[in-house]
Ligand binder design. Structure first.
Ligand code: F6P
Length: 537
């Protein structure tokens, strides 16, 4: 992060310390209009933030000093910006709808491959949806089970829930991720082997959880249908690893590929979205990609002062680095977006949870805020208390859709009234005097006072559709990218997940060996011994 540019932001934070969001609105009622913008079907109101024109200008300088413009171009044009893995970062190519687009990696245009896989996915999902893809006993597919984890699970689950209104209702979709056998066992109770399609989704096809679940599912299917040959009709793969797919026993004809320049947590618009395409159909899937593409174009072309991902990123940095906000909350007021906060967790925290800069030196500031959230209004009756009156500063993104897919009486008006009211309450609070005027007894006044001055962004679309969902995902992807650029960290590797994976292998052998090695620390050795005793080893 450019020290000089940050100093200016810091100086303005100090200067504005006394000013609340309420003061800022009193001074400048035009801010609601000025601090709002539209992109790809989304309206962003960012006026309820601790910003004025000077702060915004200083934040924009930070982006400029980080060379953001060039970094964006490097990403979109396939430069190897994931340097620790020596890879390009091209999830934007997956949804590039320009039929003439050429995007090159190592001198080779990747677009023909992208279009080819999309077509293969479309053809395959058509045959499944129309009942032309027959299971081993000749029955049509009714159940689809996606087996994957992390980026090969969170995106497909989130989007399948989000786009339920567009989903083929006479089919059922399941997602198995956890290596906890309960996850698979409970899922298998819900499906019938002869009508089930398993999609084994794994970029590497070596991930312990996914491969263990896939092997167990294969054994179950073979047992249920009584023939190994059944696997060919009930298993397909989504992966970059042809050799491993074939070794598992899936014909590579039934493999949908992608490439090492697609990061796991950015892979939903690749073949990883196959379960979603089967659910909503190829035309809706195309609209989904179009939504991404619209936001991509906005991000690449809009000037930073009117650029939605850039503005969201800068506000996040303001609170995280300037006000010490360790987390931020994403609060979708739409039940269909119930898994969106969980999806964003991986996208943001696996990307920017980095402690060293691009030169390998410790970063002298904090990076990677903790992202969390739940759908409204449930959160209001749970953790909002802490946001309103607790001691932590937690900036919130409220997400809402003006029209519901399920109009029932006045429920939707109530839902949206709650969303708007929360942003009002958080920003403006309630003073001690206002409490007294309402007749609150003096001794209760401190408890009933709301400090306010809590920052929020509000994101509104007309309706949650494949297109607006795609755009929303791209918005956060680019926000995370911008923050990574400003923090000068590598956002597209994830070395931090390796150590646990390696150690788990050693622990597993000690759990199952005749005699444990005893070579762990005292605590781990005791945990292993206790487990072994409980399971009779
Ligand atoms: O958790 C680490 C990780 O590599 C994620 O980045 C990725 O999404 C997940 O594991 C699954 O990996 P794969 O798709 O290769 O099974």
């Amino acid at each position: 992060m450019d020290a000089q540019a940050w100093e200016k932001v810091d100086e303005l934070i100090d200067r504005n310390q006394e000013k609340t969001i309420k003061d800022l609105f009193a001074e400048d009622p035009g801010r609601a209009e000025r601090y709002s913008l539209e992109a790809a079907g989304w309206y962003l109101d960012y006026s309820k933030n601790r910003i004025d024109d000077a702060t915004l200008k200083a934040l924009l300088k930070l982006a400029e000093k980080a060379g953001l413009k060039d970094e964006i171009e490097k990403m979109f044009t396939g430069k190897k910006i994931n340097a620790t893995e020596g890879r390009a970062v091209l999830h934007t190519a997956l949804r590039n709808m320009d039929p003439k687009a050429k995007v090159k990696v190592d001198g080779k245009d990747v677009m023909p491959g992208v279009r080819k896989v999309l077509k293969a996915m479309g053809d395959f999902s058509d045959t499944v949806r129309r009942g032309q893809w027959k299971g081993f006993t000749g029955k049509r597919i009714k159940y689809v089970v996606n087996i994957g984890i992390g980026g090969s699970d969170l995106g497909p689950v989130m989007a399948n829930i989000a786009l339920t209104p567009y989903s083929k209702r006479n089919m059922k979709f399941f997602f198995v991720s956890n290596v906890d056998s309960t996850h698979l066992a409970e899922t298998l109770r819900e499906v019938k082997a002869d009508q089930t399609l398993f999609i084994v989704a794994s970029k590497t096809f070596t991930t312990q959880e996914t491969m263990s679940n896939a092997e167990a599912a294969k054994a179950w299917l073979v047992k249920e249908l009584g023939d190994k040959k059944a696997v060919a009709k009930h298993f397909v793969a989504v992966s970059t690893a042809e050799k491993e797919v074939s070794a598992f026993g899936i014909d590579v004809k039934n493999m949908f590929g992608f490439w090492d320049w697609v990061g796991g947590r950015y892979s939903l618009p690749s073949a990883i979205g196959l379960s979603l395409m089967i659910a909503i159909g190829r035309n809706n899937y195309k609209k989904f990609l179009k939504g991404y593409y619209k936001m991509d174009r906005h991000f690449r072309t809009a000037r930073f002062a009117r650029n939605m991902p850039v503005i969201l990123a800068l506000l996040g940095i303001l609170y995280h680095n300037g006000y010490g906000a360790e987390s931020y909350c994403v609060l979708p007021y739409d039940q269909y977006l119930s898994r969106f906060p969980a999806y964003l967790q991986q996208m943001d925290m696996e990307s920017n949870g980095k402690g060293v800069d691009k030169d390998g030196n410790p970063v002298p500031y904090t990076t990677g805020p903790i992202e969390w959230g739940e759908p409204g209004t449930n959160g209001q009756h749970s953790f909002y208390q802490l946001i309103h009156q607790g001691t932590h500063l937690i900036p919130c993104d409220f997400i809402g859709c003006s029209r519901t897919h399920n109009p029932v009486g006045d429920l939707h008006d109530k839902l949206m009234a709650n969303l708007f009211a929360q942003t009002e309450a958080l920003a403006f609070g309630k003073t001690a005097d206002e409490c007294r005027k309402e007749g609150v007894p003096e001794k209760l006044v401190p408890f009933k006072t709301f400090e306010g001055n809590k920052p929020t962004n509000t994101l509104l679309c007309d309706e949650l559709t494949p297109e607006t969902l795609g755009a929303l995902i791209a918005l956060y992807e680019h926000k995370v990218f911008v923050q990574g650029v400003i923090w000068n960290v590598y956002s597209y590797d994830q070395w931090g997940v390796q150590l646990g994976k390696v150690l788990a292998k050693g622990v597993l052998s000690d759990l199952t060996a005749k005699k444990p090695s005893g070579k762990h620390d005292a605590s781990t050795n005791r945990l292993i011994a206790r487990y072994r005793a409980a399971v009779g080893r």
